[in-house]
Ligand binder design. Structure first.
Ligand SMILES: NC(=O)c1ccc[n+]([C@@H]2O[C@H](COP(=O)([O-])OP(=O)(O)OC[C@H]3O[C@@H](n4cnc5c(N)ncnc54)[C@H](OP(=O)(O)O)[C@@H]3O)[C@@H](O)[C@H]2O)c1
Length: 296
């Protein structure tokens, strides 16, 4: 429920205007929370007839300066281009630098930049060591944003889940695979906590509490089998049999395989202890119950 997010947040200053580049899954949720807090929010999508497209940003056409008129906050949720460049900075860096009164610029990145840690914890002081091509591109975009001297904050995300994007979808359409790789864990974050944390961090930033990198992750990195098992219990579905990773990997897509090749736990101490954000869904158990309650 959007009220559960909003009630934890301080009001935003009046006349705040947030431009979101990439109004996809997370972007739309952040936009909804921002609007409920009284912020004027504009979201981009690549096609004007896409749901929630307030304007089009697709790397081809120029963007009118009107979009930036009165903007106080900007967030990019757009992944890197294949050449490692950031799509927003490639087209709009000069326009962004000319926006007067810009108080905060956020960039949604990934915890993939830390690389494989063989199951160990990573935090914001861990030196990035990306091994996957897409994570190398991501780190290069983070560096591009940090070099702009805009009031930038990098938010590193592990696996995003939430209503419509959780263990239930594959369970209900019969494509779930119970892959067993002993010792393997994944960190995750519920989309409502992305939205809650973004608006929370925007307010802190204006109070001078402004770390340049923050991990947004829940409290409990977990083996995928536990997540699927709970989803099956909630949905009263039987579980498929377990497949050892050594067998499953033979038919995995390169993308899926790349996720299973890395193992790390993402520490949220900075977000939740030092900065004081209170997670709405502290682990997959509460998060999955929310997803189940939203199933059509
Ligand atoms: N999914 C995960 O588990 C995960 C984990 C860690 C980090 N991330 C990153 O976190 C961010 C938000 O994730 P999400 O899952 O909410 O994203 P999403 O639903 O895939 O949305 C991405 C948005 O970026 C837009 N976009 C993509 N390429 C673009 C381009 N070249 N030019 C202009 N717009 C472009 C898309 O446009 P359309 O709306 O037109 O499609 C969409 O609005 C992304 O950068 C993602 O890579 C994701």
């Amino acid at each position: 429920m959007i009220e559960d997010i909003v009630k934890r947040l301080d009001p935003m200053p009046s006349k705040s205007k947030l431009i979101i580049f990439g109004g996809g899954y997370s972007g739309q949720r952040i936009a909804s929370v921002g609007r409920r807090l009284g912020v004027k929010v504009l979201c981009s999508r690549r096609k004007k007839d896409s749901k929630g497209a307030d304007f089009v940003f697709n790397n081809d056409e120029e963007l009118s300066n009107d979009i930036f008129e009165g903007a106080t906050h900007v967030l990019s949720c757009i992944p890197p281009l294949m050449n490692g460049k950031d799509p927003v900075l490639r087209k709009l860096k000069t326009q962004l630098l000319n926006v007067k009164n810009l108080k905060w610029v956020g960039y949604l990145s990934t915890t993939g930049v830390y690389g494989d840690k063989k199951g160990a914890w990573v935090d914001e002081n861990t030196t990035p060591n990306p091994q996957q091509e897409r994570s190398i591109r991501r780190l290069s975009c983070e560096k591009e944003w940090l070099a702009t001297k805009l009031p930038i904050q990098i938010l590193r995300l592990p696996g995003i889940y939430g209503p419509g994007r959780s263990a239930f979808e594959s369970l209900l359409n019969g494509t779930t695979k119970m892959i067993d790789k002993p010792g393997q864990v994944f960190s995750r974050i519920h989309v409502d906590d992305i939205a809650g944390a973004v608006l929370f961090l925007i307010n802190l930033y204006s109070q001078g509490n402004n770390p340049s990198v923050v991990n947004l992750a829940d409290n409990l990195p977990t083996n995928n089998l536990k997540v699927i098992t709970l989803a099956a219990k909630l949905a009263k579905k039987s579980l498929p049999s377990t497949i050892p990773f050594e067998i499953a990997q033979k038919t995995m897509s390169p993308m899926a395989l790349s996720f299973w090749q890395e193992n790390r736990k993402v520490d949220n101490h900075l977000l939740c202890k030092k900065l004081g954000y209170s997670l709405i869904y502290p682990d997959f158990r509460s998060g999955l119950k929310n997803c189940f309650s939203q199933l059509q």
